[in-house]
Ligand binder design. Structure first.
Ligand code: AMP
Length: 281
C-alpha cells in the first residue's frame, strides 16, 4: 500500500494507475476508521480495480474549533486498517499542504446546503464541498463512494459533481450500524459509557417511524411523533432537529406523503453531536 501526502504525488500515482488501464475507486474520510468506513472500501473495490482512501481532518468544515481539536487522529491504526482492507493507496495530506498561505478559493454549494446541517453548522458544507473538490482533483477517481449516514452531504456531492462537470460516478453506501442500532461514527468513541447507551434512542426513534410507515401510516405528524417518543424519553439526549424531509430537496415533505420521506435527526449527548437518518419506505 502506498502513502501519498501531496496533491502532485497523488496525481502522479493516479496517472500511472490509469495508464495501466486501472479503474480508480475513491473513499474520502476524516480517519478514525471504523467498520462503516471499511464497508465503503469494500464497495469501492466492487466498482474499481484500485482503491484510494483519503484521511484528512478538514479544518474548513468544522464550525466549532473544539470539535476539530478533539477529533480523533489515530493515523497509525488508520493505515493498518486500510492495509488490512486491501486499499492500494492512502492519501493523507497535511492542512498546510491543502491550505497553504494565500489559499482563497471556495466551492459554494446551492440550496441543498441551506437547511438542517447547513442551518446548524454554518460553513460546514462550503468547507466540505471545497475539500471534496480538491480531493477529487488530486485523486482523479472514476468512482467515489460516500455513506448514506451523511445523507445531505451525499446529495450535495452528487449535485456538485453534476454542476461542475467532474465526471465521477458517485456510489452511495447504506449506513453501517452497531449491534444495538447506533450508526457507526468516529465521534462515538468520545461518548461516555452512559451517553453511548443513551444514544441508541436515535435508532429506536427512526426504527419506530419506519415500522409505522411500513404498516401504512402516511401522515407526517404521526410518523414524526413515533420517532420523537423514544428520544424525548431519554433525559441525556438534547434534540437539535428531527424532520421528515423530501430526499430530493431536503425540505419538509408534504403532510400526506410522509411514508416517502427520509427521517433525519441530530442530537447532542454531552458535548458530542450525532446525526442519523432512515428512509421510511
Ligand atoms: P467521515 O470520516 O465521518 O467524514 O466519513 C467518511 C465517509 O464514511 C462518508 O462518506 C460517510 O458518510 C461515511 N460513513 C461514516 N459513517 C458511516 C456508517 N456508519 N456507515 C456508512 N458510511 C459511513
Amino acid at each position: 500500500m502506498d502513502l501519498l501526502t501531496s496533491p502532485a504525488d497523488m496525481r502522479a500515482w493516479s496517472a500511472a494507475a490509469s495508464q495501466d488501464g486501472a479503474r480508480i475507486g475513491f473513499v474520502p474520510t476524516m480517519g478514525a476508521l471504523h467498520d462503516g468506513h471499511l464497508a465503503l472500501v469494500d464497495e469501492a473495490r466492487r466498482h474499481a480495480d484500485v482503491v484510494v482512501v483519503s484521511v484528512f481532518v478538514n479544518p474548513l468544515q468544522f464550525d466549532v474549533r473544539a470539535d476539530f481539536d478533539r477529533y480523533p487522529r489515530p493515523i497509525d491504526d488508520d493505515l493498518a486498517r486500510c492495509r488490512e482492507a486491501g486499499a492500494d493507496a492512502v492519501y493523507a495530506p497535511t492542512a498546510a499542504v491543502m491550505y497553504p498561505d494565500g489559499f482563497g478559493t471556495h466551492v459554494e454549494p446551492g440550496r441543498l446546503a441551506e437547511p438542517l446541517e447547513g442551518l446548524h453548522r454554518p460553513g460546514h458544507f462550503r468547507g466540505m464541498a471545497t475539500v471534496v473538490t480538491k480531493l477529487l482533483a488530486a485523486v482523479r477517481p472514476d468512482v467515489a463512494v460516500f455513506g448514506q449516514k451523511d445523507a445531505q452531504q451525499l446529495a450535495i456531492v452528487r449535485r456538485l459533481v453534476l454542476d461542475l462537470d467532474l465526471g465521477v460516478d458517485i456510489v452511495a453506501m447504506p449506513t453501517v450500524r452497531e449491534a444495538d442500532g447506533l450508526a457507526m461514527s468516529s465521534r462515538n468513541r468520545r461518548l461516555t459509557p452512559e451517553d453511548r447507551s443513551a444514544a441508541t434512542c436515535l435508532w429506536h426513534g427512526l426504527n419506530a417511524a419506519q415500522t409505522l410507515a411500513r404498516a401504512g401510516e402516511q401522515r407526517q405528524d404521526a410518523l414524526l411523533g413515533a420517532a420523537r417518543t423514544p428520544i424525548d424519553a431519554e433525559p441525556r439526549a438534547r434534540l437539535e432537529y428531527l424532520e421528515l424531509i423530501d430526499p430530493a430537496t431536503f425540505t419538509p415533505i408534504d403532510a400526506g406523503r410522509g411514508n416517502e420521506g427520509l427521517m433525519v435527526v441530530a442530537a447532542w449527548f454531552g458535548e458530542i453531536r450525532l446525526i442519523d437518518n432512515l428512509p421510511l419506505s
